[in-house]
Design a protein around this ligand. Structure first.
Ligand code: FCB
Length: 450
């Protein structure tokens, strides 16, 4: 047997989010979220699915934590549904909602698993949406107040916090392309929503410095953008796409400012004075969470007008069920970029994984060799970054369970544990066994010939 290749302190985990797994989104006094509303809007979600039941984790969390424990997880990333804690988004606290997360966290700790809560994974309370949502200048303050309440209640037992999940997605897919909640299509909204979320992150971290004692970061969706050919035109297109997809948020979070070229891309839609406001917010972060799934292949010929993103369709033999190209070296590349261009901040891979059309279970287990291959090659890619000197502290697979994959509903399965959404039965996949062995051997099982 080979030697472990990951350090003992390296955190192995799995990630989920509230609306995708909990179910019962209105239970015990919770206020509805924009995802609840969006999912009940006919035609928005494949097969008319919704998160009404999801994985019923709200009731089954103890059993799910037992499964995490069997896997040997050291950390579990989940999200707190804002509307369970504050049904109107601000003001009145709903104690049963807060108590649910306290029980969840205590059960994790009893099993020796570190909780990594995300404060916002897309499920904005409708009451705040009705006051303008992320477009409202008050939204960073709403978020900071909610964050303070949760920090005060739970920081004594939470070692790692994440403010926001993928603010780029909320801005661009929620407000420009309209495929995700709240389903708007308005160029003027996207940079405004992004800006307010960045100010919200800054405000929550500032609050945390006063009331919290651990680490706090943000999770960003990042993907390298490669030119389809070495032509000048394709290279320029890839550079522009990299600006929109990666540098926008990396520069903001890690350098405290927007890239100089960004406002020009949005033209009149760019919010006036945003640059100075961001600098004034004194944005900070203890670490960056990297959500990595794929890369973008860019050609000038396929390019949409700024600031939309578009890509060359990938080789169909190398895609997941989402149609996303499988490209493990992109993970090493994006992690090394954090070291080379941004001063090597502490990093966690907060999401990485793949949807495939899994076969039905056989002898109580689902055979998912493609997912195993995806995980093996990407965990090796993460290790390559570690060897290159990236301050990589952990890796979390997306996802623990098959769950509600947003506009795709339940048809796209990302879990390393299968879920029969009729019976709520949890069904092990071979990838869970594979991952358990990676964790147990600290990566020794990944070494060829091991
Ligand atoms: C990410 C989301 C996560 C999940 C994966 C597949 O963008 O953060 O909730 O849907 O994609």
């Amino acid at each position: 047997m080979s030697e472990p290749i990951f350090p003992e302190s390296f955190l192995w985990g799995a990630a989920t989010s509230a609306y995708q797994i909990e179910g019962q989104p209105l239970a015990d006094g919770a206020g509805p979220s924009i995802w609840h509303r969006f999912a009940h809007n006919p035609g928005r979600i494949a097969n008319g699915d919704s998160g009404d039941l999801a994985c019923d984790h709200y009731h089954r969390y103890r059993d799910d934590i037992a499964l995490m424990s069997e896997l040997g997880l050291g950390v579990y990333r989940f999200s707190i549904a804002w509307g369970r804690v504050l049904p109107e988004g601000r003001g009145r606290v709903n104690q049963p909602g807060l108590d649910f997360y306290r029980r969840l966290i205590d059960t994790l700790l009893e099993h020796g698993i570190q909780p990594m809560p995300t404060l916002y994974h897309w499920d904005l309370p409708c009451a705040l949406y009705d006051r303008g949502g992320w477009l409202a200048p008050d939204s960073p303050g709403w978020f900071a107040d909610y964050a303070e309440l949760v920090f005060r209640a739970l920081d004594d037992r939470v070692p790692i916090w994440i403010t926001l999940n993928e603010p780029w997605i909320t801005a661009m897919l929620g407000h420009l392309d309209g495929s995700l909640a709240p389903g708007h299509r308005d160029l003027f909204e996207a940079p405004q929503v992004a800006h307010h979320q960045l100010l919200a992150h800054a405000a929550a971290v500032a609050v945390y410095r006063g009331v919290g004692r651990h680490q706090i970061g943000i999770a960003l969706n990042l993907e390298p953008q490669h030119p389809a050919t070495p032509s000048d035109a394709d290279r320029a297109a890839a550079t522009r796409q990299d600006l929109i997809l990666n540098r926008w948020f990396l520069d903001a979070v890690l350098c405290g400012r927007y890239p100089d070229e960004l406002p020009g891309l949005f033209g009149p839609a760019w919010p006036e004075g945003a640059e100075l406001e961001l600098v004034g917010a004194g944005i900070q972060t203890d670490f960056v969470g990297v959500n990595y799934y794929s890369r973008g292949l860019v050609s000038a010929a396929h390019q949409a007008p700024a600031p939309y993103v578009s890509r060359v369709p990938p080789d169909p033999s190398r895609v997941t069920a989402m149609g996303w190209e499988i490209h493990p070296p992109g993970l090493t590349e994006i992690l090394c970029r954090l070291k080379d261009d941004y001063g090597n901040p502490p990093v966690y891979v907060t999401e990485n994984g793949a949807a495939f059309a899994d076969p039905p279970p056989l002898d109580g287990e689902i055979a998912d060799p493609e997912r195993i291959d995806y995980l093996r090659t990407h965990i090796r890619a993460a290790h390559d970054a570690l060897r290159a000197g990236v301050d990589l502290r952990g890796y979390l697979v997306w996802s623990l369970l098959d769950n509600f994959e947003w506009a795709e509903g339940y048809a796209k399965r990302f879990g390393i544990i299968g879920v029969d959404h009729q019976t709520q039965q949890r069904i092990p996949k071979q990838s869970a066994r594979f991952y358990r062995e990676v964790i147990r051997s600290r990566g020794a099982s990944l070494v060829p010939g091991a």
